[in-house]
Write a protein that binds this ligand. Structure first.
Ligand code: GDP
Length: 456
């Protein structure tokens, strides 16, 4: 086990609550806790076994500060794999900060973001992809996302990668032995066996890559922009999707002068929706800035809801919008279907594909829109128990492995020598080991844990 200093942090949110937890992890965890905590039983935490709870009081010198229950965990049977004390005190911001300060004054170091989980990783309690799923699980906003993240924490992805890697490692080892000891009686690997191993491994990786978008949709959310000229009903649609009056709705054009953002759960798909200011030429400086921001949102969005007003003829602004959206993953939305239709829908259909007809005002068409979104993101039959990639880092590692294995397939097809094929397989293995963290550089590991919150 890695020998590091003892760290402490508040592990519950900094707010008023029934209980607040200050976590101390490291070799001196119980000794430090003993300096600020006196149990009613008179027993020292340093003499305690693991998985024990002790009731007592927290002291600042002579003065009792709060009642608390201290949970003791002994290495390696703790979250971090080290000795851990969790002080459960009353959940007040001042109180939690005070108790943390007492722990720091008595020898603990302030924990960096994600340092508890980083230690768990360094102590072999979980691999890098499992550690990342902790963060995804904490920030999950929907049932499917939480389930999927939990299953990755349970090792779905890690096990799949391990399986792919072990098949690659066995052929790589065979090739290496054959190349290194040509005089020995090492049997050359049959071409079919080699080919099958490479093709099967590559297929599995391709499958993981293809589920990336739907995995992201259920765990982290997809950037979505609602665009359209002023007054087509963008804000009304935003409010329908969020379920409350998030955006201001008026008949006055240019009311939404900035981008309004919200995360919504549409049948298990998480959309990070931006209701943009209507795209139009304007002399108003504030509105102009809003329109610029809207354009940027449109550029970055993974999905675009392009909204049109069914009760008005197609205008130049609509045409411009159609041009801007053509290259995007767009869902054309014909709004205000409760009014008489004047709009030339065929033109929109030709340019952007089959539209969804809705009345944002009374909610008609809402289910159709949800269905279209899940079709687009492939989340309809999403299996939360399968192995999925949950972030860009993991995707890039898989992409590298896929490209190395495709090179290996090509090398085999054009009849290159086994050592050339071995190099490609080694590259694929290295990429997969980077994914699980078994061979990730310190910089990569640091970067992963930097994304965490303090106390986790
Ligand atoms: P935005 O400028 O595109 O955000 O449009 P708003 O959402 O502010 O709506 C502009 C006007 O259209 C408001 O008076 C809304 O009540 C009205 N509106 C929006 N959606 C509908 C709809 O589905 N049917 C009808 N009849 N009116 C709508």
């Amino acid at each position: 086990m890695t020998d590091l200093s003892t760290i402490a942090a508040i592990s519950t949110p900094l707010g008023t609550g029934g209980v607040g937890i200050i976590r101390i992890s490291g070799k001196c965890a119980t000794e430090i806790a003993d300096k600020i905590f006196v149990s009613v039983s008179g027993k020292n935490l340093a003499d305690s076994k693991g998985y024990r709870a002790h009731f007592g009081k927290i002291f600042d010198g002579e003065n009792a500060v709060d009642e608390a229950v201290c949970l003791v965990f002994r290495a390696p049977h703790s979250y971090t794999g080290e000795d851990v004390v969790e002080i459960n005190c009353h959940g007040g911001v001042f109180l939690m900060k005070k108790i943390l300060r007492l722990a720091l004054q008595n020898g603990a170091q302030a924990a960096a973001p994600g340092e508890f989980t980083k230690r768990a990783f360094l102590n072999g309690k979980l691999d890098l992809s499992e550690a990342e799923s902790v963060m995804t699980l904490i920030s999950a906003q929907g049932e499917q996302g939480a389930n999927a993240a939990f299953n990755q924490l349970e090792g779905r992805l890690s096990k799949k990668i391990e399986k792919i890697n072990s098949s690659l490692l066995s052929v790589a080892a065979h090739i290496a032995a054959w190349v290194d000891y040509p005089d020995d009686e090492i049997e050359e690997l049959g071409e079919n066996e080699l080919k099958n191993t490479i093709i099967n491994a590559n297929l599995e990786i391709k499958k993981l890559l293809s589920s990336f978008d739907s995995g992201m949709a259920v765990t982290s959310g997809v950037e979505t922009a609602i665009v359209g000229k002023p007054n087509v009903g963008k804000s009304t649609l935003m409010n329908l999707l969020t379920g409350y009056d998030r955006s201001i709705v008026t008949e006055i054009e240019g009311t939404t002068r900035d981008v309004v953002e919200e995360t919504v759960d549409l049948n298990g798909c998480l959309l990070r929706i931006s209701d943009t200011a209507g795209m139009r030429e304007t002399g108003d400086l504030v509105e102009k800035l809003g329109v610029e921001r809207s354009r940027k949102k449109l550029e970055r969005a993974a999905i675009v809801f392009a909204v049109f007003d069914s009760s008005k003829p197609l205008s130049d602004e609509d045409m411009e919008l159609i041009d801007e959206c053509k290259s995007k993953n767009v869902i054309p939305i014909i709004n205000k279907t409760d009014l008489d239709q004047i709009l030339d829908v065929d033109y929109i259909k030709n340019q952007l594909g089959e539209p969804i007809y809705i009345s944002a005002k009374n909610g008609d068409g809402y289910d159709l829109l949800c269905d279209r979104v899940s079709d687009l993101l492939g989340t309809k039959n999403f299996d939360t128990t399968s192995a999925i990639l949950i972030n860009e880092r993991q995707r890039i590692c898989c992409q590298k492995a896929e490209s190395a294995l495709s090179d290996a397939e090509n090398a085999l097809n054009i009849g290159l020598t086994p050592d050339a094929i071995g190099v490609c397989i080694d590259d694929a293995i290295a990429a997969l080991l980077e994914l699980t963290g078994q061979k990730a550089s310190e910089a990569v590991v640091d970067e992963v844990f930097k994304q965490f919150c303090v106390g986790k």
